[in-house]
Write a protein that binds this ligand. Structure first.
Ligand SMILES: Cc1cc2nc3c(=O)[nH]c(=O)nc-3n(C[C@H](O)[C@H](O)[C@H](O)COP(=O)(O)O)c2cc1C
Length: 332
């Protein structure tokens, strides 16, 4: 009956919405989380956990304007006031971390030194110039730089390919604790991942106590049979309060997925193995996880990651990979 109904109701958007309103509540949690995120963004101006999503986004936009070729003599007029005000609030609040403030300050200074001063830009500059400076001598200048000056690595593609092959989902771990310092090191490395407008809307809820790690890992369905021997666990949690608009509700999953991939490779390079674990959007599990991590409505688990020292004799599925011909669809 439900399948006939779903076929009929999928014919247009209105009946599809009706279907999910009356017969199936699967999307309700996502809708509530999106709305809660939007409200929290408005209430906190995107400030969450020592970071301002608005400041990060606007600073990023200014940097893009500064590197544009040809660079426009006037740009960002529509949001420069908002950016300076946001920077000023962040300075006053004292809750935002210094590297983020320094980045915004340096980019704003560069912006004002580079553009023509229309009346809006002039007013914004006056406010900016009267703000106190971020006083942290340990921080480097954080402004755009040429491609030739970027950090380069000496890893060749063969070594990188080997690392990709070395990383395999590992489900059997030695009974050996994972030091939080190693996790921090891997996270520092992974944090270099790209993210939409550089907002990095995620956190890693971390368990290094094997008992607790196993207990949390047992919440979703995909760990049956091996949850008990997980030594450390990270829950990647996305923050929907980084966005004022619904259109960006999927970004936490994209950014969270990209950083998780870097994190798995970082762990691998530090001698640790990992297993990504699916987070199914199921009411009961969501409630359990929300309670275990004390999550707010606008925070959503994205995935879990088991971490540990792989047992030498522990089995690894072959996991055949598709080849480039299957994966590339060439369009002329
Ligand atoms: C998003 C995601 C969710 C996954 N969930 C689980 C899971 O719940 N349980 C599990 O044993 N493996 C899980 N895996 C691991 C996959 O089974 C594994 O990546 C795939 O079979 C390919 O093997 P490889 O990682 O060794 O290359 C997951 C992987 C990803 C990327």
């Amino acid at each position: 009956m439900k399948s006939i109904l779903s076929r009929y109701m999928a014919k247009n958007r209105f009946t599809s919405a009706l279907y999910y309103f009356i017969f199936d509540f699967q999307y309700h949690r996502e809708q509530q989380a999106t709305l809660a995120g939007k409200n929290t963004y408005q209430a906190n101006e995107g400030v969450f956990e020592k970071s301002s999503a608005l400041l990060r986004r606007n600073t990023h936009r200014l940097e893009k304007g500064l590197i544009m070729v040809p660079r426009k003599p006037i740009f960002a007029e529509s949001y420069i006031f908002e950016t300076v005000q946001c920077f000023s609030h962040c300075l006053q609040q004292g809750s935002i971390n210094s590297p983020e403030l320094k980045w915004a300050q340096d980019v704003l200074a560069k912006y004002f030194a580079s553009v023509e001063h229309t009346s809006i830009i002039k007013q914004a500059n006056i406010i900016f110039e009267n703000l106190p400076l971020v006083d942290d001598k340990t921080l480097l200048q954080s402004v755009p730089y040429p491609h030739s000056e970027r950090v380069t690595s000496n890893i060749d593609s063969q070594s990188l390919h080997q690392l990709f092959k070395q990383r395999r989902s590992t489900r059997w771990f030695e009974d050996k604790p994972v030091d939080i310092q190693k996790i921090k090191q891997a996270v520092e490395m992974a944090a270099q991942a790209p993210s939409a407008c550089n907002r990095q809307p995620f956190q890693f809820y971390t368990f290094t106590d094997a008992k607790r790690a196993s207990k949390i890992a047992a919440i979703p369905m995909g760990t049956k049979g091996f949850a008990e021997n997980i030594q450390a666990l990270l829950v990647v949690v996305g923050d929907l309060s980084a966005y004022p608009k619904e259109r960006d509700r999927h970004v936490i999953y994209i950014d969270g997925g990209l950083v998780a991939m870097q994190l798995m490779l970082a762990f691998e390079s530090l001698g640790l193995s990992t297993c990504p674990i699916n987070w199914p959007d199921i009411e009961l599990y969501e409630k359990q996880m929300d309670k275990a991590l004390s999550l707010e409505k606008h925070q959503r688990p994205i995935m879990l990651m088991a971490v540990g020292y792989g047992k030498k004799e522990g089995g690894i599925p072959f996991s055949q990979k598709k080849d480039a011909d299957q994966l590339i669809k060439e369009i002329d």
